[in-house]
Write a protein that binds this ligand. Structure first.
Ligand code: NAD
Ligand code: AKB
Length: 320
């Protein structure tokens, strides 16, 4: 029987989009979605779902054995903003989680593991413009600390044990289906809901805070392309820089106003401003482009048009 795919953190922003994409590509029964919280109804009804806490080693091993898992997408994590309010939880879930998943993957001879990293691996000492692939990694958030350690651990398991661990440094991900789970880039999703519902948004970052961002279809494409890439072509493994677009809240507001002219945004920066100020503005992703053919499809204008179209339809149907 062919081996199944396990997704941890499947109820989250990325998991709830990646799981259906994997099911469409490999078959609904082949993809086991797991999380500690209920997934969206469509995801629960469309294939296997198990409650799974990634800090529980025995529970991870049991699911891997029960479903004959050959590939893991390990998405479960605590993101940057929640991580700064609960650093101990971020350490436990992010680092204990990835260590346990890698250990069990090694023991059970899992073939491939996807472990997403983040632009949060960079810190205030890193060049912020066109941030190089290989550069200073001294983050000032607990989230960033766990992501650097996770990248290094994944590379260690590849070199030491031959476990094929792959990962990208996602920028802020924007999506129309599931709300983000507590990051610094969340404003770039929330703003659409408020623009459509109230024509008004109060942004928790300064208007000139430029950050790297990506639309969900590109995030899914990058993830699946990297996982299907020829291993022989990969010079990096767990730490690919990835770029699609960079913009500030003011840029995003101006683009939304092309569709909703009376939309107004106020700015009240909070503790997340300091996190954003420690991250890159733009990213050099040549390694991803050269080693596995990465190319994004969506720029700011195309993303905004698609977001407003999708969310606008849900609003008109009374579903927002
Ligand atoms: P999210 O917060 O939306 O989802 C994470 C999921 O993990 C949640 O559904 C949560 O219930 C689950 N979870 C938390 N603790 C758990 C535990 N102990 N056991 C099992 N599940 C647990 O996050 P996301 O945006 O979907 O992110 C997925 C991955 O991508 C994370 O590793 C994140 O660091 C990374 N990433 C995301 C972004 C982004 O902008 N969304 C950017 C960079 C990196
Ligand atoms: C966050 O803001 O924490 C995430 C990320 C960039 O990792 N969106």
């Amino acid at each position: 029987m062919s081996k199944r795919i396990l997704v941890t953190g499947a109820s989250g922003q990325i998991g709830s989009a990646l799981t259906p994409a994997l099911r469409a590509r490999y078959g609904a029964d082949m993809v086991v979605a797991t999380d500690i919280v209920e997934p969206p109804e469509e995801l629960r009804n469309a294939g296997p779902f198990e409650f799974l806490d990634v800090t529980q080693r025995g529970a991870i091993a049991a699911v891997i054995d029960r479903y004959n898992v050959g590939t893991i997408y390990h998405l479960a994590a605590i993101l940057s903003a929640v991580g700064e309010t609960k650093p101990q939880l971020a350490w436990t879930v992010n680092l204990n989680g990835v260590y346990k998943v890698l250990e069990i993957a090694r023991e059970r001879r899992v073939e491939r593991v996807f472990y997403p990293s983040s632009i949060a691996v960079f810190g205030p000492e890193t060049p912020r413009d066109n941030t190089p692939q290989d550069t200073v990694l001294r983050p000032t958030t607990m989230y960033g600390v766990t992501k650097v350690a996770g990248e290094l651990l994944g590379n260690y398991y590849f070199r030491r044990f031959g476990l094929d661990v792959r990962g990208v440094r996602y920028p802020g991900i924007i999506s129309s289906e599931t709300l983000p789970g507590g990051g610094t880039t969340d404003y770039a999703v929330e703003i659409f809901y408020e623009a459509i519902k109230h024509h008004h948004y109060t942004c928790f970052l300064r208007e000139d805070t430029v950050l790297p961002m990506m639309y969900m279809p590109d995030c899914i494409k990058a993830t699946m392309d990297l996982m299907e890439a020829d291993l022989a072509r990969l010079k990096h493994h767990t730490d690919y820089n990835l770029a699609a677009m960079s913009f500030s809240p003011a840029d995003l507001v101006a683009e939304i106003q092309k569709h909703i002219p009376d939309f107004v945004c106020e700015y009240r920066p909070d503790y997340r401003q300091e996190i954003a100020d420690s991250w890159p503005r733009t990213i050099d992703d040549r390694a991803a482009r050269e080693e596995w053919g990465w190319e994004p499809q969506y720029d700011l204008a195309a993303m905004v048009e698609d977001m407003l179209d999708k969310l606008g339809r849900r609003y008109e149907a009374g579903l927002l």
